[in-house]
Write a protein that binds this ligand. Structure first.
Ligand SMILES: Cc1cc2nc3c(=O)[nH]c(=O)nc-3n(C[C@H](O)[C@H](O)[C@H](O)COP(=O)(O)OP(=O)(O)OC[C@H]3O[C@@H](n4cnc5c(N)ncnc54)[C@H](O)[C@@H]3O)c2cc1C
Length: 468
């Protein structure tokens, strides 16, 4: 890894061992070592920055959700010196902070199949195999031939951390929030973050924005669209000591009681939007998600998110009290936990060199520049209590071309996961975790090629070999 003060020798302050792999060290340790050894003046260029320490790297991955974990691992595997920045104290993004509970987009839809068939080879498949063996879960057929993989959020975070570390060459910095990004001559050349409240600057050769909101790309001037009004957010919570028979019987009785309460005004309308997290409940621990209404376009998203968080958390107590009093299966239940963050299904996404169109998804269209495969139907959580599902052909998939990951304005930046360039309907399919792992892997590989000055066509060829 290169710092503004010069190339760092092997066995350096970052803990690079002689075999070239980076030791696992906490963000605080890394930061302390960086400060002691490589504190530099701002001499790289005259662009304003927020701190005095500048770290150079080949590939900077911003955001440690499913897409960011895959991107950092891919770039590390490709031999790049990688830094992964994550604003929370653990990896996984919505998979762990919003505790969504199942991975969709890993397996082909198949109403006749007795077993789950992976949509592609490669990283998403390897990640899910590791998750299965660590958490003891198996793919589950939930509805209309759709297969999902249930998982435990803490195990997801642990597997993500282990896989990133094992890839070599990746330095993870947690509690690091990117607040500024600058570009010159169509290249993002400066990213500023607060890492545990200490300012750090990064000077990368290539950047992968996996923030779920295209934050760095937008800060550096890429055009983006706001998808927050497309889909409703949801809060996941877990009740324990619920009658396990409820899962088999389904939520029909629960919904009937909730509708009655909404109609007589004893509960607000969003309570009708309660849904089960598949794969939970058979042992008495039942995860539920309470979907709110999509964002109001007249309000700033930060205001809206604050209200959503506060209102949905305040509602859990009366809702749970109602369930205890009115549905026998919940009579002895207790509130076990609530997800640390509200799950926001749809946010800001870039306007890329290509835009994944709704019809590409519905026609299961293939592309010679396809770098990831989507197989989940369009699943839109709008104003009605249940999602609208739009299916394409069974046992088929669509390709996501590389240019959907490339902002028009920035040559050395790729995005992945739920901030890639897509029409509204296409994003309701491409946002799922399995597809985010696949687009993350592709973006990380392409960024490593860019940083090494190698043609992107070669990256596409390599990714396609790994998928087949
Ligand atoms: C309620 C709900 C239920 C869902 N259910 C399912 C499901 O059952 N199965 C499924 O497959 N998918 C589901 N999804 C969709 C899926 O969870 C997400 O689309 C997917 O996890 C997105 O991954 P990502 O890596 O693109 O983004 P994210 O998971 O959002 O990751 C972004 C990461 O970037 C970090 N970050 C953001 N800004 C900054 C910054 N400025 N600086 C540093 N770090 C930053 C965040 O902390 C986060 O870790 C659901 C989503 C919701 C909201």
């Amino acid at each position: 890894m290169e710092f503004a003060g010069g190339l760092v020798p092997t066995g350096d302050a970052l803990g690079t061992k002689n075999d070239g792999f980076v030791e696992r060290a906490s963000a605080m340790e890394i930061h302390a070592r960086l400060r002691r050894t490589y504190e530099t003046k701002n001499t790289v260029n005259s662009t304003p920055r927020i701190g005095s320490t500048t770290i150079s790297c080949d590939v900077l991955v911003i955001g440690g959700g499913a897409a960011g974990v895959a991107a950092a691992t891919a770039a590390g595997h490709a031999g790049a010196q990688v830094v992964l920045l994550e604003r929370y104290g653990f990896l996984g993004g919505l998979a762990t902070t919003a505790q969504v509970g199942t991975i969709c987009g890993l397996y082909l839809r198949d109403t006749t199949g007795a077993q789950a068939t992976p949509v592609a080879g490669g990283f998403a498949n390897e990640f899910s195999s590791r998750l299965q063996s660590d958490s003891g879960t198996k793919p589950l057929c939930v509805d209309s031939g759709l297969w999902v993989l249930p998982y435990s959020p803490p195990i997801f975070a642990r597997v993500a951390d282990a896989i990133v570390s094992e890839s070599g060459n990746v330095t993870v910095i947690l509690h690091a929030t990117v607040a500024e990004a600058r570009a010159e001559d169509s290249r993002m050349n400066l990213v500023c973050a607060l890492a545990w409240n200490e300012p750090l600057n990064f000077s990368p050769k290539a950047v992968v924005d996996c923030t779920g909101e295209a934050t760095a790309a937008a800060l550096a001037g890429a055009n983006a669209e706001n998808g927050a009004t497309d889909q409703s957010p949801a809060l996941v919570f877990v009740l324990e000591n619920v009658d396990p028979g409820l899962v088999e019987r389904g939520l029909l009785e629960v919904r009937r009681e909730l509708r009655r309460a909404v109609e007589d005004g004893s509960l607000p309308a969003i309570c009708e939007r309660l849904a089960l997290v598949p794969g939970t409940g058979t042992n008495g621990r039942l995860a539920l998600k309470l979907s709110l209404f999509p964002a109001n376009p007249d309000r700033a998203l930060w205001q809206q998110v604050t209200d959503w968080e506060r209102e949905s958390r305040a509602l859990l107590e009366p809702l749970h009290r109602f369930l205890i009093g009115n549905v026998a299966a919940f009579r002895n239940s207790r509130l076990d936990s609530v997800a640390p963050q509200l799950g926001v299904r749809s946010g800001r996404r870039i306007l890329g060199r290509a835009r994944l169109a709704d019809e590409q998804v519905l026609d299961a269209r293939k592309s010679p520049m396809g770098i990831a495969r989507g197989c989940w139907p369009m699943e839109r959580w709008g104003k009605s209590p249940r999602p609208e599902m739009t299916y394409f052909a069974e046992r088929d998939y669509y390709d996501i071309p590389l240019d959907c990951l490339r902002p028009v304005e920035l040559d050395n930046v790729l995005v992945a996961g739920r901030c890639l360039s897509a029409e509204t309907g296409a994003m309701t399919s491409a946002r799922v975790i399995g597809t985010a792992l696949a687009t993350g892997w592709a973006a990380g590989t392409a960024a490593a090629f860019q940083a090494a000055g190698r043609p992107l066509d070669d990256a596409v060829a390599q990714i396609r070999r790994q998928m087949s």
